[in-house]
Design a protein around this ligand. Structure first.
Ligand SMILES: [Mg+2]
Length: 227
């Protein structure tokens, strides 16, 4: 390996994210409990979120709109404005959450910064991701922040071009096999999977990965043992 850049996913790699979505979903199911079962609401919400991704992109704002749309769908447009207001409030609470760094993140960044250029490669809402990075206090470790609308091969290639490096000089570290690992392996980079205990259903993949440029570790601190 002749790595120059190590890119980190942000949500559920550097800091806690998915549990806040789960907590909000639980409160949403309670709010709509008299109209529909949790199972039905879960299914409808996921379907609507995925259908809306190409319109709204990833992130909390799109999630709020999808919850409102789900509420309208399951109640046949009979939702009260009060419930709509409560859904909007749930979203605002998410946007105002403090940042909770994952264990060992800062030690890893501190140590790797000495040898490599560090980058954040995340998807989601631009304003929200910038806000989280600022609140995290981690900004100074990073040479570049890339906020992508979708983490696919083409966008990782754009990042490589922007960083002016070869494909094999990039390593990506992240919790999503689908977004952080597979596309980077596809284009010829290295990837380390650091699983998080909760993954959004849309990020699940069934395949197992067999690639000499791929490693999986239990926690982010173990990344240091591989470099
Ligand atoms: Mg992530």
């Amino acid at each position: 390996m002749n790595l120059k850049v190590i890119a980190f996913d942000a949500d559920d790699t550097l800091w806690v994210n998915e549990p806040y979505f789960r907590q909000t979903e639980e409160r949403f199911y309670e709010l709509l409990g008299e109209y529909s079962s949790q199972h039905e609401l879960e299914r409808e919400l996921l379907k609507i979120e995925i259908a809306n991704l190409s319109l709204y992109g990833y992130g909390i704002k799109g999630f709020i709109l999808s919850m409102i749309e789900t509420a309208l769908t399951v109640t046949d447009n009979n939702i009260s404005t009060d419930v709509v207001g409560q859904i909007i409030d749930l979203g605002k609470q998410m946007l105002n959450q403090p940042i909770e760094l994952l264990d060992g993140v800062e030690d890893v960044l501190k140590s790797l910064k000495e040898k490599y250029r560090l980058v954040v490669a995340t998807k989601g809402d631009l304003l929200d991701q910038e806000r989280k990075l600022k609140k995290s206090g981690l900004s100074h470790y990073f040479h570049h922040i890339e906020i992508m609308s979708e983490k696919d091969d083409a966008n990782y290639l754009k990042l490589i071009k922007h960083l002016d490096i070869q494909r094999c000089e990039l390593m990506m570290v992240g919790n999503s096999l689908k977004s952080d690992i597979l596309p980077v392996l596809n284009i010829g980079g290295f990837a380390i999977h650091v699983p998080y205990h909760i993954t959004w259903a849309h990020e699940h993949i069934e395949d197992s990965i067999d690639n000499e440029r791929f490693k999986s570790v239990d926690c982010i601190k173990s990344v240091l043992e591989l470099l």
